[in-house]
Design a protein. Structure first.
Length: 135
């Protein structure tokens, strides 16, 4: 079981993602925007952040950049419907600047859960490799 934070300004998306991930055995926290997500990451130990690219106050890319600049290694999955743009226009920079994975909305349950599990697994392997290397 992992603690996963979903940052999205759409309450329906947050509810849907929460239901999908809780059914898969995870604990889910919610944030309305990137700033709220950053505040939560600073105070709560999370295992994964799912962040929407288009949000008011602080968007997904700003959130990713702030976390990576602060040295946070928390795994990140960026999500987007694209809004008025093509989805890849928003998701490509997310991957370049630190997202571990990207998904297009609408989110399909099986794809979301598989991406979350793969991202968490990769993060665990990277931590184990760093620990082995440090010895």
């Amino acid at each position: 079981m992992a603690i996963i934070l979903i940052a999205d300004d759409d309450p329906i998306v947050r509810l849907t993602v929460s239901e999908f991930l809780e059914a898969a055995g995870h604990s889910v926290l919610e944030a309305n925007d990137g700033q709220e997500a950053l505040d939560m990451v600073a105070t709560v130990q999370i295992d994964l952040l799912i962040v929407d690219m288009l949000m008011p106050n602080m968007d997904g890319l700003e959130t990713i950049l702030a976390l990576r600049k602060a040295g946070s290694g928390v795994p990140i999955i960026a999500i987007s419907s694209g809004g008025r743009m093509d989805r890849s226009t928003l998701l490509r920079p997310a991957a370049v600047f630190g997202a571990n994975a990207t998904l297009s909305k609408p989110l399909l349950r099986d794809v979301l859960v598989a991406t979350v599990e793969a991202t968490l697994g990769n993060a665990m392997r990277e931590m184990a490799a760093k620990a082995d290397h440090a010895r």
